[in-house]
Design a protein around this ligand. Sequence first.
Ligand SMILES: [Zn+2]
Length: 313
Amino acid sequence: MPGAQVVGRFAPSPTGPLHFGSLVAAVGSYCLARRAGGRWLLRMEDLDLPRVVPGAADEILVSLEKLGLLWDGEIVWQSQRTSAYEAAVEQLRDKNLVFDCACTRKEIVLSAPHPGEEGPIYPGTCRSGLRHGRKPRALRIAVPDEQVCFHDGVYGPRQQVLTETVGDFVLRRADGLFAYQLAVVVDDAASGVNQVVRGADLLSSSPRQIFLHACLGNPVPEYVHLPLVVDNTGQKMSKRLGAVHADHERDAAWLVARALDFLGQKVPSWLRGAAPSELLSWAVQAFDQRAIPAAAEGLIFSNVPCNCEKNIE
Ligand SMILES: [Zn+2]
């Protein structure tokens, strides 16, 4: 999109305090958006209310401010966006892309002989209507048997066939909550986000989101997935284990420097002892996307490189 202003974002879930893994996503998305002279938005992914921890959102906001990661505009709260998600579902319904599903999780597990990396693959049981006497539970979107291809800024060309990886996926869950995949797509499009920078655990969600963007007639954003922070046992950094404490400026600066280091950026020695805002000013100028390591840890994605024509340059 030549000429368009870059709009990036950071979208934490307030299910606990900011942890080092989410800090890396915040620093990476901030630097890439700002380096391009773009805007950097903040969205609270508080959609899954049963998992939201009271006070966690405020705690994250305070931490971001102390780290010098200042966002543009109003914060978007997913819990207040229900009508936008409903409108998107109606748009998809008008295109005959969605269907009611009566299956329980147990039924899907039993009918999916080869569970995918993302869990059991939906076998399409309710695609052509509910069986007699069954009540609708979730709402799903019918996916085509085609390859979704994209070029990730760190992980390179990627491909996924949705029917083989996830099957028709859920847009509204049996508990009535809208699914993460739908909310992300609707919110990114509504905010004009055209640069999605986030942890590589979401690499495998991107094809679903690209498919949804296409169904809703949205432009597809640029994707840059960052290597996952794992602990020394190889587990993804959790909120419980890796909470960051940025109360003192020295700690905040240390954390920003660690995040930049993790992203392959060589912080010069003359910045030792600098405030977080100074570190970030340097990083916005000097950030080198090619230096981000494409570490394989924690990845749940097909390793087959994409060879479709779109990606051959
Ligand atoms: Zn079903």
